[in-house]
Write a protein that binds this ligand. Structure first.
Ligand SMILES: [Cu+2]
Length: 105
């Protein structure tokens, strides 16, 4: 196979991989997450929009994906990409009762 065709093939495979990555939404509404649990695939992205009129601070201490989005106001959103399989517990640093799980498969 020529180098040129290898490059084209690699490009197509890379493009297909980009297409299959889905985006999901976990909102913060009424001092709660809009979904209790979520199943996603490795490489998927989850956005965390804040629909409340007060601040939330979404974070995870799960080894599969550790992150801290900081506190942000209504109308703002943050995105997280999940590159490893496993269970992730997502919480809010401001409201300890807020908790949900993401199952990355
Ligand atoms: Cu909160």
């Amino acid at each position: 196979m020529s180098i040129r065709w290898s490059v084209v093939l690699f490009g197509l495979i890379f493009f297909a991989g980009t297409l299959s990555a889905a985006e999901h939404e976990v909102g913060q509404k009424n001092k709660n997450f809009t979904v209790e649990s979520l199943k996603i695939k490795v490489g998927d992205i989850v956005s965390f929009p804040n629909y409340d009129s007060f601040y939330h601070n979404v974070y995870s201490l799960s080894p599969v994906k550790i992150f801290d989005l900081g506190s942000y106001a209504k109308g703002q959103t943050q995105k997280v990409k999940f590159e490893k399989a496993g269970k992730v517990t997502v919480q809010c640093a401001i409201h300890p009762d807020m908790k949900m799980t993401i199952d990355v498969q």
